[in-house]
Design a protein around this ligand. Structure first.
Ligand code: PRP
Ligand code: URA
Length: 206
């Protein structure tokens, strides 16, 4: 499995805004959307193309059009922060939802919702901004596979080494696209230095 850490300077700039405890929910959502666009472009760089003929104002030429179905599956609720960017970039994308919530004491995620489009043959992007213990991502990808997904990528704003290792062990063929590989988890299983609770900062539920 490959771990792809985005090197774009704008990605670092936006991530710093997300980390900043002073960033308001409004500004947080805006930066999350922008950063998601960059990560989504990285993750979809190998989408299949087909040749098409096109008439420019000057002459006919052969160029390319997208030729592969795409599905995005945000993990509720923080993954919703990445959905609008996917819809902006790929208006024809099929959207599914998986609802998972970590138990605050055990950090084990339990599933409360699942609604998926047809996944076989589509590039399927699992969207969850925080890859902490990896429990949520491992579970979500298990569900995607059980529903026929055959090309899955994980897109996360921040990944912890523990989460990367867990995902690597459970789903070794799934590449991870992230803006940062952070240092470690603390004893409450929060990413350090991280950005705190993504969902709470996004929705102002602190
Ligand atoms: C957060 C985050 C991930 C999960 C990551 O969700 O959005 O889904 O934790 O942690 P893990 O890698 O240890 O599983 P949370 O359960 O807090 O739910 P929320 O998005 O509804 O706030
Ligand atoms: N979920 C979050 O929102 N933040 C973390 O640091 C870990 C899990």
């Amino acid at each position: 499995m490959s771990l792809n850490v985005c090197e774009h300077p704008l990605a670092r700039h936006l991530l710093t805004q997300l980390r900043n405890v002073e960033t308001t929910p409004d500004r947080f959502r805006h930066a999350a959307r922008q950063l998601s666009e960059i990560l989504l472009l990285d993750a979809t760089a190998d989408l299949r193309l087909r040749e098409v003929e096109v008439q420019t104002p000057v002459e006919p030429c052969t160029d390319a059009a997208l030729d592969q179905g795409l599905a995005v599956v945000p993990v509720l609720r923080a993954g919703l922060s990445m959905l609008e960017s996917a819809l902006q970039l790929f208006p024809d994308v099929a959207v599914g939802y998986i609802g998972l919530e970590r138990n605050e004491n055990t950090a084990i995620a339990h599933s409360y919702y699942c609604k998926l489009p047809k996944l076989p043959g589509r590039m399927t992007l699992c969207l969850d901004p925080m890859l902490a213990t990896g429990g949520s991502a491992v579970q979500a990808i298990h569900v995607l596979k059980a529903n026929g997904a055959d090309q899955i990528k994980m897109v996360s704003v921040i990944a912890a080494p523990e989460g990367v290792a867990a995902l690597q062990e459970a789903h070794p063929e799934v590449p991870i696209f992230t803006a940062s590989l952070d240092r470690e988890l603390n004893d409450k299983k929060y990413i350090m230095p991280g950005l705190g609770d993504f969902g709470d900062r996004l929705f102002g539920t602190l």
